[in-house]
Design a protein around this ligand. Structure first.
Ligand code: PEP
Ligand code: MN
Length: 350
């Protein structure tokens, strides 16, 4: 829908927009109102070049798109009926919890093995552990490929499938070959289209694998988040989970601006499951329970929580952000209660 700056277009302007949309196989249908006229684009209006050319006209105020720019991730796509099962949980049917350390310490693997066992006992169905870490400071610990063996050993010991962040094509291959189930795209890479494409290609035929796509620190419009997922899905594997994790600028006192309230908006546009990361949203262990429960209240399908058997002995985010297994257990118990309330109620967001 084209909304001009003036109440109606001149015949010359109408001819110009008709010619532009004609190049893309579309037509213009004026909708004449008492005061102003707006102009519907009839045909497939998803071509960005056509929209950009129209938006570039100085007499056009804005274009409202009716069709979704994402074909596969859209709620109305054929993929909408598919359900993803991870760690024995069909997302959307039961609460799904990923938990574990921000970062695996390759010098102290026993902490990770103990954390793995403890998060399993607390009720998590998937284990997280950072092998390669995106660090703001280039001189802090950047992760270590050796930790991949520790991650997989913990998976064998507990029987839990694992999630880890990949930042480069080489990591994708190493992680898939090792048996990582959920490849995490971090907030800093959520708009790295070449990485998104590489992941999409790598998991194209690996339908036993899935991708956890974090929301970027600087992501604005919802479409930007869903379109990033579309990059991955376009190669053929729709096993994608969206993960809000707080954005910048921060809410003073929290690490980021907690964005768990985004879930109902996402669910209106896409069928993808939403698993919220409260740990990076708030950045401090004592705030994580509240953010977790808020996320479930807002309709999240699950949580991705940093947890450690002894946070003060952790590295990366763990000393300040990780909750203990006892707190994790309580978060999961209360989240399940809230989940049950949400599903039993009649408020329309089960
Ligand atoms: C993490 O999960 O440890 C992490 C670095 O997350 P994010 O990309 O959301 O900052
Ligand atoms: Mn972290």
């Amino acid at each position: 829908m084209i909304l001009p700056k003036t109440n109606r277009l001149t015949p010359e302007q109408l001819a110009e927009i008709t010619a532009i949309v004609g190049e893309f196989g579309c037509k213009i249908q004026p909708i004449v109102g008492a005061v102003r006229t707006i102009y519907a684009i009839v045909g497939d209006e998803r071509d960005d070049l056509m929209i950009n050319r129209l938006e570039g006209l100085e007499y056009v105020d804005r274009i409202d798109r009716i069709q979704s720019p994402f074909k596969l991730m859209d709620k109305r796509s054929d993929l909408a009926t598919g359900r993803l099962t991870l760690g024995g949980v069909t997302l959307g049917q039961d609460l799904f919890v990923i938990a574990g350390q921000c970062t695996i310490d390759p010098k102290n693997p026993n902490y990770f093995y103990e954390t793995a066992q403890a998060v399993k006992e607390a009720g998590a169905q998937m284990l997280r552990g950072g092998v390669w870490k995106p660090r703001t400071n280039p001189y802090t610990f950047q992760g270590d490929t050796k930790s991949l063996d520790i991650l997989m050993e913990a998976s064998r010991r507990t029987g839990l499938p694992v999630d880890t962040e990949v930042m480069e094509e080489e990591h994708i291959k190493l992680a898939l070959d090792a048996g990582v189930t959920l490849l995490q795209v971090g907030a800093r890479n959520a708009l790295n289209y070449s990485l998104l494409r590489a992941i999409g290609r790598a998991v194209a035929t690996r339908t036993d694998r899935a991708v956890l796509l974090k929301r970027s620190l600087h992501m604005g419009a919802l479409n930007e988040f869903i379109s990033a997922a579309e990059y991955i899905a376009a190669f053929g594997n729709p096993n994608i989970v969206l993960c809000p994790r707080g954005t910048s600028p921060t809410l003073d006192g929290y690490r980021n601006h907690p964005d768990e309230s985004i879930t109902p908006l996402l669910k209106e546009k896409t069928w993808a499951a939403v698993v919220v990361d409260p740990s990076h949203s708030v950045g401090k262990a004592s705030y994580v329970p509240a953010c977790s429960l808020a996320a479930i209240a807002y309709g999240a399908d699950g949580l991705c929580i940093e947890a450690h058997v002894s946070p003060s002995h952790g590295i990366g985010d763990d000393p300040k952000q990780a909750v203990t297994p006892e707190v994790l257990k309580e978060i999961i118990t209360q989240s399940r209660q809230l989940w049950a309330i949400r599903h039993a109620g009649k408020l329309g967001h089960g």
